[in-house]
Design a protein around this ligand. Sequence first.
Ligand code: FAD
Length: 266
Amino acid sequence: MYAFQFERATDAQAAVAKLKADGDAKFLAGGQSLLAAMKLRLASPSMLVDVARIPGMADIKVQGDAVVIGAAARHADVAANAEVMRRIPGLASLALGIGDRQVRAMGTLGGSLANDDPAADYPAAVLALNATVVTDRREIPADSFFKGLYETALAPDELITAVRFPVPDQSGYVKFRNPASRFALVGVMVARSGKTVRVAVTGAADSVFRAPALEQALTASFTPAAARAVKVDASGLNADLHASPEYRAHLIPVLASRAVEQALKG
Ligand SMILES: Cc1cc2nc3c(=O)[nH]c(=O)nc-3n(C[C@H](O)[C@H](O)[C@H](O)COP(=O)(O)OP(=O)(O)OC[C@H]3O[C@@H](n4cnc5c(N)ncnc54)[C@H](O)[C@@H]3O)c2cc1C
């Protein structure tokens, strides 16, 4: 590790001002991705601005027909929150499946979304649940947030403060995980709200994406069999030492059908 400055922000505006003043500064939340990148010299910020202890930014609240989760909420806190478990059980079970105990104790929702790892779990929840990413300056709909490999709609000095998740009628998330890191080789989130079904897939491509064929099939019949009958084209899917594009394509409807089973159990 090399020398850098460290500041602990007391509010969102102060944190953003630090980044505006120093173009090489970065926000630090749980450090589970950023510190590893720094150790590998893939990132070399001049200053880290700690945003994990900004008062109120880890709160989890019910607001109308949505659950609003602060960007600094740790994965373990989301997994164990009674309102999340009761209202969006698919999201609670997703958070419980992230990494190991230490990663869940440190990693945050905002850090995961800003990092936008192609195999991360939360992007699937944000997209399938049609959530809104709230920042210090605007609100970004899920469909406009994820832009590509490790790329989001955020400006370099833009701070995610919270994410607003509308409560669906039913939701489920199932991933086929890398046994070492527990990142998703493929992960599928399904959410049904009235007659609308949204399906988001992570781990399979450069970035999370919606699966229109699965959405159509599950809108017609919200059953595991309907998901399993969908054929997914392997072109454009990731190939690595863990899985071929064809294997990932095979997994998508299989995991979608299991996510529907989970959603139907409630
Ligand atoms: C061993 C291991 C296993 C893991 N397994 C999984 C897994 O199974 N599934 C999974 O999804 N993830 C997994 N992760 C990643 C983990 O979820 C991280 O917590 C997450 O990617 C980053 O969150 P963080 O709070 O640690 O962010 P940090 O590492 O602190 O920051 C990451 C990036 O986000 C930026 N940032 C942080 N907070 C904000 C904010 N509020 N607004 C804007 N930018 C911000 C930082 O500047 C940085 O660029 C794993 C990590 C490790 C080390």
